[in-house]
Design a protein around this ligand. Sequence first.
Ligand SMILES: Cc1cc2nc3c(=O)[nH]c(=O)nc-3n(C[C@H](O)[C@H](O)[C@H](O)COP(=O)(O)OP(=O)(O)OC[C@H]3O[C@@H](n4cnc5c(N)ncnc54)[C@H](O)[C@@H]3O)c2cc1C
Length: 208
Amino acid sequence: MLTLAHLERGVNLRCGVTVTEVTGDGVRLADGELVEADEVLVAVGSRPNTDWLDGSGLTVGDGVVCDEYCQAARNVYAAGDVARWYNPLFGVAMRIEHRTNAAEQGMAAARNLLDPGAGKPFAPVPYFWSDQYDMKIQAYGYLRGHDEVAVVEGDLDERRFVAAYRIGDRLTGALAVGMPPKAIRQWRLAIAKGASWRESVGIGAAAN
Ligand SMILES: Cc1cc2nc3c(=O)[nH]c(=O)nc-3n(C[C@H](O)[C@H](O)[C@H](O)COP(=O)(O)OP(=O)(O)OC[C@H]3O[C@@H](n4cnc5c(N)ncnc54)[C@H](O)[C@@H]3O)c2cc1C
């Protein structure tokens, strides 16, 4: 659906290809094709800056590896883009590159650092939103490694819908396109309380 929205606006999408060179005329692809361009915008993701921690004794692996308290070692805590911490709500280690998470995790890590005895696990429901053309996209939860994605409200063709993500019997994520915030808030609550897939049936109907 998102691919279609871009194609309709004349975007020439190439997936699964690698750029090998930026030339004076555009970009060269791995198969030798030159895609002509006057301007080139590079958006290639990011890498946590952890080189300076080499030899520190901390475990580093796509970020500073932390437990659920954001603790990397005794009296060492990490937060934000650089932290890969165990999120007990989903039972997986994750690293999130969003401002909200950096702020919330910073506060959680600081609290745990100041009072380790009363440490509280950092177990948020990750969130992001994006505006693409006239579509508002909002997502809550962990949208990877799922067993199933199902459109549970609205209609894909109308580009107004909520899709729910399932891992095993757990509701683990929800992604909404073109829906009011109210529509997805119910899903966030269900993810936060660890609702089962079966329990979440009917959330859409209840919200409307
Ligand atoms: C182009 C771009 C657009 C983005 N847009 C959005 C958006 O729309 N919404 C959103 O939620 N998030 C967005 N993000 C992500 C967001 O900016 C980050 O999630 C957030 O800034 C992370 O905060 P942080 O404090 O963990 O890290 P940072 O903000 O990266 O701060 C880390 C700081 O540590 C410093 N540092 C690194 N190494 C060392 C060292 N060895 N010694 C001392 N200092 C060091 C760095 O210079 C930097 O100032 C965007 C990011 C980028 C790059």
